[in-house]
Design a protein around this ligand. Structure first.
Ligand SMILES: Cc1cc2nc3c(=O)[nH]c(=O)nc-3n(C[C@H](O)[C@H](O)[C@H](O)COP(=O)(O)OP(=O)(O)OC[C@H]3O[C@@H](n4cnc5c(N)ncnc54)[C@H](O)[C@@H]3O)c2cc1C
Length: 510
């Protein structure tokens, strides 16, 4: 009986990214019929966003299914909707386990316009990969000899290279150290952080990888969103409706025409209001950091505020460039740029306005060529990336053209056109994705995911729930982490009204 009454609950989901869509799908499939999604922008998908450069499809946001194998719900859905190519679905592809760092066939260039041999870069790459693996192990051991990944890598690299590369010629050793600076910048992009000095050493190993060689969606990642949206009622989303404030704990009384009262009232910028029994908040951590003081009334408890402040949310942007002819080798998958003056392991530039371009570590080559033509995707993280967003596109194109000409020694290379992402200036994201910052731990993610009112309160339970990639302890920063978090909060409500049938099982310890 309680379950049947529960199905009448009014549930509002704030945000129509994959976590919000996933939560809505699960609730509806379990019989909840008063579900509404409120989305600030005019589209679904959030940080899953497919765009176009000329007639080519490019991913402005998420690009890969990380770890495409059976444990990954995004992979399972993509297979179900038939959105992947055959190779990505093979058993062989699913069983490859590379720990989140797929090997690339590289083309290496240095700042004096020289081509570097992969053999020369080998020792730097091997040492760097080994050090990152060591960093991942500190989480399980519970030790943290220094506070951040950056500090550990720099300290150990300096110590070990002084011993192990003692007999190398000075110029070879200098180039290998410069190569490690480039790898640190690449790692900033993967982690979505300004510097690896900001990433907590003890927390780094919280992120779990799944088996499977990362794959992409030939027709665009947004195809997944379209398929999921087709399964929801047509008018379930209120688009272009930014939520201003979630009034909870009966702070604003609202009674329905049938005489029902609701503990929560969702107030939008437009003045429109939505009464609710439960609200699932899926806004990005970047948005929460900016608006945590006003998004809820009464405001968020201090424990949550502190966790929001402790956790990291940084910027990683892409710059797509199309060329008439490739300047890279036919089998090349990644182009790396090594600055010869960066021999002291640096991943930040001394003056952002003057030298932001030095933060761009290189490009991935978009494959297959039949689909993309000659297209590169440049990667740049941190404050340098945020500054890049503020420049006119023509200036960005000019700076990158000069960079490529300098490193290749070819003064004629000219891109046809470019397109860059601007995630930091997106007012509903304020960055790209979550990282575990220095000083934060899994408890911060648990606290962030904890529903309101907090345990021990005698007011109506589960008024405000929290989902989104930042609330997933093992898979934060990913699409599958976001989807699992939406399912987790839907299951929390399902289990609340029917405790014997369901249990909250995914992701969070709460
Ligand atoms: C450049 C980039 C590359 C990435 N690459 C990958 C990748 O290759 N693989 C991978 O797995 N992941 C990747 N990610 C991460 C992945 O895209 C995200 O983790 C995931 O899409 C987040 O989903 P979400 O539902 O948690 O949040 P979002 O998709 O951000 O959805 C939140 C929604 O809330 C809305 N919103 C915000 N504020 C309000 C408000 N006040 N009122 C109403 N609505 C609001 C937003 O508009 C948005 O639609 C990448 C992200 C970026 C930015």
């Amino acid at each position: 009986m309680a379950f049947l009454q529960g199905l009448d609950s009014h549930i509002v989901i704030v945000g129509c990214g994959i976590s919000g869509i996933g939560a809505a799908q699960k609730l509806l499939s379990h019989g909840f019929h008063n579900v509404r999604i409120i989305e600030a922008t005019g589209r679904s998908g959030g940080r899953i966003r497919t765009g176009r450069l000329g007639d080519k499809i490019v991913e402005i946001g998420a690009n890969w299914i990380h770890g495409p194998s059976q444990e990954n719900p995004v992979f399972r859905l993509a297979c179900q909707y038939n959105l992947l190519d055959e190779k990505s679905m093979t058993e062989e592809n699913q069983s490859v386990d590379v720990g989140g760092h797929p090997p690339f066939v590289p083309d290496l260039f240095s700042s004096s316009g020289k081509r570097l041999s992969p053999e020369l870069a080998g020792p730097a790459s091997a040492l760097f990969t080994g050090l990152l693996q060591e960093c991942q192990e500190f989480h399980a051991s519970g030790r943290e000899p220094v506070p951040s990944v950056g500090e550990y890598v720099k300290r150990e690299a300096a110590r070990r290279t002084a011993e192990e590369w003692r007999d190398e010629p000075a110029d070879t050793r200098a180039l290998q150290l410069a190569m490690m600076s480039m790898l640190l910048k690449l790692e900033c992009c993967i982690s979505g952080t300004h510097t690896m000095d900001d990433v907590g050493l003890g927390a780094f190993g919280m992120y779990k990888t799944l088996p499977g060689l990362d794959c992409t969606f030939p027709g665009g990642y947004e195809g997944l969103i379209h398929c999921m949206m087709k399964e929801l009622p047509k008018d379930i989303v209120s688009y272009n409706t930014p939520v201003k404030c979630i009034h909870w704990n009966d702070s604003v009384q609202r009674t329905s025409p049938s005489g029902r009262t609701f503990p929560v009232l969702v107030e939008c910028e437009s003045g429109e209001t939505f009464p609710a029994d439960h609200v699932i908040v899926t806004v990005p951590l970047g948005y929460l950091k900016k608006h945590q003081e006003t998004l809820l009334s009464p405001p968020l408890p201090l424990s949550k505020v502190h966790s929001i402040q402790r956790m990291g949310f940084g910027t990683n942007n892409k710059i797509f460039m199309e060329f008439n002819e490739p300047f890279w080798d036919p089998d090349c998958e990644t182009i790396f740029f090594v600055w010869e003056d960066e021999t002291d392991l640096v991943d930040v530039v001394p003056n952002v306005e003057m030298s932001w371009i030095k933060k761009l570590f290189g490009f991935t080559v978009l494959k297959p060529t039949e689909r993309y033509g000659h297209m590169l995707c440049g990667w740049i993280a941190g404050h340098e990336s945020e500054y890049m967003e503020s420049l006119p596109e023509a200036e960005v194109q000019q700076s990158i053209t000069e960079l490529i000409r300098r490193f290749t020694g070819n003064p004629t290379i000219t891109p046809k056109r470019i397109l860059r992402s601007q995630w930091y200036h997106d007012p509903y994201t304020y960055g790209s994705y979550t990282y575990v910052a220095k000083g934060c731990s899994e408890y911060d993610i648990d606290i962030l995911a904890e529903p309101l009112p907090l345990k021990g309160s005698n007011t109506k339970p589960l008024q405000v729930l929290f989902a989104g990639e930042a609330t997933n302890q093992s898979f934060f920063s990913t699409v599958h982490g976001a989807l699992l978090s939406g399912w987790r909060e839907a299951e929390r409500l399902i289990s609340h009204y029917s405790p014997s049938s369901y249990s909250v099982s995914l992701g969070s310890k709460l």
